[in-house]
Design a protein around this ligand. Structure first.
Ligand code: UDP
Length: 248
């Protein structure tokens, strides 16, 4: 399948618009079980310390640049991606298409009750959406959670367990869930359920969604410090070349 990618920190991010991303995901999923990762600055920084997370991200079939810092890092490094592709928007476009084509979806993750609510809201918004099942993300037994997805017969699974749990789960069970398309989508179920709100459109357009999240959840500050770190790393590579420290 023809696909444009931009190598950012040696990770091949998809360079495309959202329609193309969704089209690619569905087309590839006809051939084999597909995984979609949505790394942002936090995940990229974490991947430097955690080789299994790094491998899980690298091995994903589609890697979406889910964050302004990834987009800026691409520009700094001279290999820009076409645009930011937010996981939560990708997920909703997949749902729209699933409703049109009758492909069933499993919603896995978030606190008890949230996945059901997200599924209900999405069914209201996209009538005809086949929901194969839902489960919260605080299970003890990963194997059993994956087995329940398989038993549901879902074609698509949204794995929303936070990072690195979601990427590792997806990598481990991609062949075992019976699903054709898996996407790791962080806090998307909270957004679809109406429990968390995305930034207003103008802030998203200005590349300030991170600032909105910081206002809403100041305790994220520690995690968000990784945004400038990614940019500093990109600058260092651009100015001084890639040292050993800069892989990953
Ligand atoms: N979560 C989960 N199981 C866990 C830990 C987290 O299902 O063991 C969920 C959590 O409830 C939230 C999501 O994973 O719905 C991660 O949200 P966060 O805001 O951290 O993700 P982001 O959107 O920033 O990637």
């Amino acid at each position: 399948m023809e696909m444009n990618t931009s190598l950012i920190f040696d990770i091949p991010f998809l360079s495309a618009d959202m329609d193309r991303a969704v089209e690619l995901a569905f087309a590839m999923a006809e051939e084999k079980p597909v995984t979609v990762a949505t790394p942002n600055a936090e995940i990229l920084e974490e991947a430097r310390k955690n080789p299994s997370l790094r491998e899980a991200v690298e091995k994903a079939d589609l890697i979406l640049p889910d964050g302004i810092s990834v987009v800026l890092a691409g520009k700094i490094l001279g290999c820009p991606v076409k645009k930011k592709l937010a996981g939560v928007e990708f997920g909703e476009e997949v749902i729209r298409r699933a409703a049109e084509t009758g492909k069933s979806v499993y919603f896995l993750g978030a606190k008890p009750g949230v996945a059901e609510k997200a599924a209900e809201k999405m069914k209201e918004k996209y009538p005809g959406l086949p929901v194969a099942g839902t489960a919260d993300g605080y299970f003890k037994d990963d194997e059993k959670a994956a087995l329940r997805v398989k038993e549901s017969g879902a074609w698509i699974a949204f794995i929303c367990l936070g990072s690195p749990k979601q990427e590792l789960f997806m990598k481990r069970f991609r062949e075992k869930t019976g699903c054709r398309l898996h996407a790791a989508l962080g806090g998307s179920l909270d957004v679809w359920a109406g429990n968390a709100r995305r930034a207003p459109r103008f802030m998203i357009r200005l590349g300030l969604e991170w600032l909105y999240r910081l206002f809403r959840e100041p305790k994220r500050f520690g995690r968000m410090i990784k945004i400038p770190r990614v940019l500093v790393r990109a600058l260092r590579i651009r100015l001084f070349g890639k040292g050993k420290k800069d892989r990953g």
